[in-house]
Design a protein around this ligand. Structure first.
Ligand SMILES: *Cc1c(COP(=O)(O)O)cnc(C)c1O
Length: 388
């Protein structure tokens, strides 16, 4: 048996939900889409929701809906999945990065403000910030909101890691602070629809634009069209995409969402075992959780001080794999990816905190069906291999 770093948790209710959708009249563009959107709005407290084919599509549509254009400067964290930065490039915008805070691993508001001011000195305006609630730890949203207001910057929450996290006791924090929020329902995330994603916002214009672009930019809305040839008539008023999600996926999503609280409780329990195993051992750095935060633990990023222990990262990966435990690393800092470094001129050393974190980080297995025995195997194997 192999223990991966993350995987889905599917039960009979989920399977039944999919089967029911498959037996219905609609496989796509049917009633399950709006039902899922309504359930997401209720759970996460946004006025509007648009379910889409995946989290990357959600981010792409967000960039388009916010009107990002060639040469707009848009900032994200170097410590995130590629999609958080790629969505900037899709619109022709210019991506830049701001380093993480060494404790929360999320974008550092003080460094962000410094960078915005430096751009201003050059007569340049930062259009938007895509902040990422890395691993499931919410960013410093109070500070980010304040910066966004003072410098008139659009604020996006790439919330793909943090469904079920809370900020000042509120699980509905994401669309309260950010102008617009992206979610993903990939199998390694907290809830899954196979592939899937959503855009949440309190801004009706952003929502309308996202919904229009989800289906090719075409509309039958009489307020938006120029002509009307009859009941078949529609107009394409923007260049959109097919970023729709299917009814059977949404049916699964509704079923999964009911179990989110339970999934989160299990992830927090696993994290408490890892904290106990590694927290007091100074060869490791366990994730810090800010006082005002409840972590959602999409990931459990453990830092190992490899220069102080008797094994390097490559060998640790190899030896753990021999024991059936598949570690991962989240993430290779994006500015070091050849595409980004070559196209935009980023260098090693540009974002030293993220780079240092990358050297040390391993992601331990973290998913709701991970058993107590498996947890013990993971902690025991690591301690056995990390000897000196
Ligand atoms: C998973 C993820 C995405 C992309 O989601 P997909 O559904 O895989 O397209 C974007 N950003 C972050 C931070 C993610 O973890």
């Amino acid at each position: 048996m192999v223990i991966p770093y993350g995987r889905q948790s599917i039960d009979e209710d989920d399977i039944q939900a999919i089967v029911e959708a498959l037996r219905s009249d609609w496989l796509t563009t049917g009633p399950q889409i709006e039902l899922f959107e309504t359930a997401l709005k209720e759970k996460f407290g946004a006025n509007h929701c648009c379910a889409v084919s995946n989290g990357t599509a959600a981010l792409h549509l967000i960039g388009l809906a916010l009107g990002w254009k060639p040469n707009d400067i848009i900032i994200t964290s170097p410590l995130t999945f590629l999609a958080s930065a790629n969505c900037i490039v899709y619109t022709g915008g210019t991506p830049d990065f701001v380093d993480i805070n060494a404790l929360t691993y999320t974008i550092d508001p003080a460094l962000l403000e410094e960078k915005i001011k430096a751009y201003r000195k050059d007569g340049k305006h930062v259009k938007a910030v895509v902040a990422v609630d890395y691993a499931g730890h919410p960013c410093d949203w109070v500070a980010l909101r304040s910066i966004a207001d003072r410098y008139e910057i659009q604020l996006v929450n790439d919330n793909c890691h943090a469904l079920g996290a809370s900020y000042y006791g509120d699980v509905k924090y994401a669309s309260k602070y950010a102008d617009v929020v992206a979610q993903s329902f990939h199998p390694v995330k907290h809830i899954t629809t196979g592939e899937g994603g959503a855009v949440l916002t309190n801004n009706p214009e952003i929502n309308e634009k996202v919904k229009l672009l989800r289906t090719h930019g075409l509309t039958k809305n009489s307020e938006l069209i120029e002509n009307n040839h009859g009941p078949w008539y529609y107009e394409m008023i923007e260049l959109g995409y097919n970023y729709r999600i299917t009814d059977f996926q949404c049916s699964l999503g509704i079923s999964q969402l009911k179990k989110l609280d339970d999934f989160i409780a299990k992830r927090r329990n696993i994290a408490s075992h890892y904290d106990k195993a590694f927290g007091l051992d100074n060869r490791f750095i366990t994730p810090t959780v800010s006082d005002n935060v409840e972590h959602a633990y999409h990931l459990y990023p453990l830092q190992v001080k490899f220069d102080e222990v008797g094994i390097n990262k490559i060998n640790l990966f190899r030896k753990m794999k021999e024991k059936g435990i598949l570690l991962q690393v989240h993430y290779i800092p994006i500015h070091l990816q050849p595409y980004y470094s070559k196209k935009y001129g980023f260098n090693k050393g540009d974002f030293p905190i993220a780079e240092q974190f990358y050297k040390r980080e391993i992601s331990l297995p973290m998913y709701s069906s991970l058993s107590e025995d498996n947890i013990t195997m993971v902690t025991g194997s690591l301690k056995e291999l990390i000897t000196s």
